[in-house]
Design a protein around this ligand. Structure first.
Ligand SMILES: *Cc1c(COP(=O)(O)O)cnc(C)c1O
Length: 401
């Protein structure tokens, strides 16, 4: 029973499926990026991004993947030989740390077991010990996409303040922006890094950095060589709605539409929807008798759920069976977790029935792959969704009135 007809279920935690509205918005002729029509688009997206990052300060948009925006954050704020504090939350935190080292940064990498987020108390202790303020930045991943653990950025901000430490706070929101509550200004973040293909529901190809006044000041005196990523080069033309080089024009049309969709639904509603879908997914995992990788309930990711395979069973073989049989892509375990976990993405345009379809594929796949589990995960997710009021849409209330 091979089900290759119908829609492919792209249930990886990014790239996430692109909504029809966004696809239609991008399906148009390329325009002159120095003309008045572009200027309107440029102004609209540069302004619209501020609402999503929750900032009044500039957001720079690069034609790049998230990795490019990581690099932009480093080269615009730090100097070779600077010390930074990072936390090993998982695969992506490890990669960002490796990149910082390649730029000649000295990284104090707080070790972690990939099952918890960055510990605010550990950060506070390191900063309190650093009396001469040699640490120039604290760099953390908000939603660690390899583990399904979301670090508590507001508490990390408090930890830095508690230590009265002047370090910059740089945060990777590559898989959380537009899916998990995030507040650049209120949480006192200096650089927020993100990209297009996860919570923002766009194809890959845009990288973002939101920049505080303090980060902008640091960029005027830091000593790192840079050209393509230089904020000053970007901010000058951005003030008029333009870019210093050819921007990804059609992706920007998509971005304009995606921002409209997020703001029409309301960011709080978007975040609440993700929480409900994540809770239902965990209900299914528990009913199957499997284990969620994240061990700290206050750090459960609203974006994805990583599920541990029972010992002796290979997660990649299971994913392969699900792909071939049910035409659904699940996320792989990365590096240390390779073969040990599979990841269910429930981000972006996902809704209750899409999630239940995905969970059905997982449950049937577990049977097919001979992975020991109990039946009834999908039913548990249904019950959880009913209990959390996921069916109580404004439309339903109208019908019932
Ligand atoms: C996907 C991801 C990245 C890498 O982004 P690319 O667009 O693949 O360069 C970095 N950090 C996190 C948390 C991610 O989820």
């Amino acid at each position: 029973m091979s089900q290759q007809q119908g829609q492919h279920f792209l249930q990886i935690p990014g790239p996430s499926p692109v909504p029809e509205r966004v696809l239609r918005a991008m399906d148009r002729q390329v325009i002159d990026h120095r003309g008045p029509e572009f200027q309107q688009l440029g102004r609209s997206v540069l302004e619209g991004c501020k609402a999503v990052f929750k900032t009044t300060r500039p957001v720079v948009i690069y034609p790049s993947s998230g990795t490019g925006a990581w690099e932009a954050a480093i080269v615009n704020t730090l100097s070779p030989g600077d010390n930074v504090l990072m936390v090993e939350t998982g695969h992506f935190a490890t990669l960002w740390q490796q990149m910082a080292k390649r730029w000649g940064i000295e990284v104090d990498f707080i070790p972690g077991d990939w099952r918890r987020g960055a510990d605010p108390a550990a950060i506070e202790a390191r900063l309190s010990d650093d009396r001469s303020h040699t640490i120039k930045a604290v760099m953390v991943v908000h939603n660690e996409t390899s583990t399904g653990v979301t670090s508590r950025i507001a508490e990390i901000r408090k930890a830095i303040d508690q230590a009265s430490h002047p370090a910059l706070l740089l945060v990777d929101t590559i898989s959380s922006l537009g899916s998990a509550d995030y507040r650049h200004d209120e949480w006192g973040v200096d650089v927020t890094v993100s990209c297009s293909q996860k919570g923002l529901m766009l194809p890959p190809g845009l990288g973002f950095t939101a920049i505080s006044d303090k980060a902008l000041a640091a960029s005027k005196t830091n000593k790192m060589p840079r050209s393509y990523w230089d904020w000053q080069e970007m901010l000058k033309p951005n003030a008029g709605g333009f870019f210093p080089y050819t921007p990804a024009t059609n992706l920007l049309y998509g971005l304009q539409e995606a921002i409209s969709m997020l703001l029409e639904e309301g960011l709080d509603e978007v975040f609440a929807r993700h929480h409900k879908l994540a809770a239902a997914t965990r209900a299914a995992v528990r009913a199957w008798g499997l284990e969620v990788l994240c061990q700290e309930p206050s750090e459960y990711s609203p974006v994805l759920t990583a599920v541990l395979m029972p010992p002796g069973h290979d997660a990649d073989r299971f994913r392969d069976i699900v792909l071939k049989t049910y035409n659904m892509s699940l996320g792989a375990g990365l590096t240390r977790l390779s073969g040990k976990v599979f990841r269910i993405g429930h981000l972006g345009q996902c809704n209750a029935l899409m999630l239940l379809g995905a969970l059905t594929g997982v449950e049937m796949g577990l049977s097919l792959a001979g992975v020991p589990h109990r039946a009834g995960g999908v039913a548990a997710a249904m019950a959880d969704l009913e209990g959390s009021g996921a069916g109580n849409s404004p439309a339903l209330k109208l019908v019932q009135a």
